[in-house]
Design a protein around this ligand. Structure first.
Ligand code: FE2
Length: 289
């Protein structure tokens, strides 16, 4: 059921239903983009000056899945934790690049643990948009800063986010905020318009033995020829359906491509107990209030 709202308007509602995503340029005012960037700079500077905690020498790669069995990843639902690019460490676990060029992402509870991210993530405009997209009892499930550093940021293989955050029925909504101008050259997101209709083709889940596994529900590979670039100026919000196939290439440019993402689910749906992301009892999921 579509809620009354003025955020989308009829044209964009049509795009949402048809394409499975909608692009909202200028959704975030420049001063709020800037203040979040400052907060990210502070967190990165903290990692650089204070050193990394034990276990942090962990890469996040969707191409190699080296993180999948990694405790550092699987216990990050209710903390703020850094993840690194492939090749960020030498054989002794020492960083081989400056911190701001070595990070792949931070996650996954920024929006609940850091006041700056809490404020950025819980605005009335965002709550209105998510209601308009049909989420009746929104829960803010996970948040990430995606660094995609120049010359280093790697490919993210074509996937849909419902595969990782499964609800019955599917209610996952992705909210992707450009904090830099994202272009084809610096590895913007690409998506398959209308691809959300086909549902998730895989499911990544806990395997019951402390690791993870990926169930193949439909072995048909995504056709990369169907992908279209979703270029976005800083301050743009891209909202996308949990089953929308999306991909991004490596950042082969000299320009950074910083982004913030937030994923929302509907509390009326069933969130599976074998999803990888499980909050502890002391940090229950909250909505926009
Ligand atoms: Fe994704």
């Amino acid at each position: 059921m579509r809620a009354a709202s003025t955020v989308l308007g009829a044209d964009r509602w049509g795009a949402w239903e048809r394409d499975g995503f909608v692009v909202l340029p200028g959704f975030v005012p420049p001063d709020r983009v800037e203040s979040l960037r400052h907060r990210i700079d502070d967190l990165v500077a903290g990692y650089a000056s204070q050193g990394l905690p034990d276990g942090a020498a962990t890469v996040f790669s969707t191409t190699e899945q080296t993180h999948a069995q990694d405790n550092w990843f699987l216990t990050s639902a209710d903390v703020i934790r850094p993840f690194f690019e492939n090749g960020a460490f030498d054989a002794d676990g020492n960083l081989v690049a400056p911190m701001d060029r070595a990070l792949n992402k931070m996650g996954h509870a920024l929006h609940d643990l850091d006041p700056a991210f809490d404020q950025f993530s819980r605005t009335t405009d965002l709550a209105s948009l998510v209601a308009e997209l049909g989420v009746t009892d929104p829960l803010l499930l996970q948040s990430m800063v995606i660094f995609k550093p120049p010359r280093i940021g790697g490919e993210v293989v074509c996937h849909c986010d419902h595969s990782f955050l499964w609800t019955d029925p599917q209610t996952v909504v992705g909210l992707w905020f450009a904090l830099d101008d994202a272009t084809v050259a610096n590895g913007c997101m690409w998506a398959i318009p209308g691809g959300h209709v086909g549902g998730a083709r895989t499911r990544f889940r806990l395997d019951g033995t402390g690791g993870t596994t990926t169930d193949v529900l439909d072995p048909t590979p995504y056709d990369h020829g169907d992908l279209v670039p979703v270029e976005a100026e800083a301050g743009t919000l891209v909202a996308f359906h949990g089953c929308l196939p999306h991909w991004s290439g490596a950042n082969t440019s000299d320009r950074p491509r910083l982004a913030y993402t937030l994923h929302v689910i509907d509390g009326t749906a069933h969130y599976r107990a074998d999803n990888w992301l499980q909050r502890g009892a002391d940090l229950p999921l909250r909505g926009f209030a």
